[in-house]
Design a protein around this ligand. Sequence first.
Ligand code: G16
Ligand code: MG
Length: 206
Amino acid sequence: HMKGAIFDLDGVIVDTAKYHYLAWRSLAGELGFPFTEEDNERLKGVSRMRSLDILLQIGSLSFGEAEKLAMAEKKNRLYVEYISGLDESELLPGVRAYLNALRARGVAIALGSASKNAEFILDKLNIAGLFDVVIDGNKVARAKPDPEVFQTACRELGLQPQDCVVFEDAEAGVAAGKAAGMQVVGIGKPEVLKAADLVISGLHEL
Ligand code: G16
Ligand code: MG
């Protein structure tokens, strides 16, 4: 049975994808090409630099490393500005209740996110205290679908992979959880999250 629960952030706890979208769209606009919501789907769960590569590919543009770093930083400044207004009301339905229910049952809780802004977001949502362990984009070298983020969370919880359940909304994240040898609950559409052991529409279902 489940001794540890590892949650993805964007798309599971909070819908920050819309703010990532606004910030990436603004960068694309400055570079002179359109960036649609459909394009944005490709960036979900993907690291910041990999997201920039995909965006530049959409615009058929290429730049050197230094320029790309500057662009990623610019996008991040805008994104951080957007999310600085986040509060508890933007928690996705059922999140707080489910986290509290797990804690009451003695299940250890971790965050496993690609975001380098994860701690900031947890603070804004006023849920940082509900997590025993936070592993984010600052603490791992390899992005999902690599299992590193979930393996690190599991190890820091002091558990074995078979004791952990991963909650993920992105295909790459579901793949990462399975590659780590964990059970995976997909949050979203069963057609997209085929590799998950169970697919639900949100934590309010549990
Ligand atoms: C999130 C988002 C991605 C974003 C990535 C990096 O991952 O889903 O769209 O590109 O973090 O975010 P940042 O630029 O804040 O470091 P997750 O794993 O929480 O879904
Ligand atoms: Mg996600």
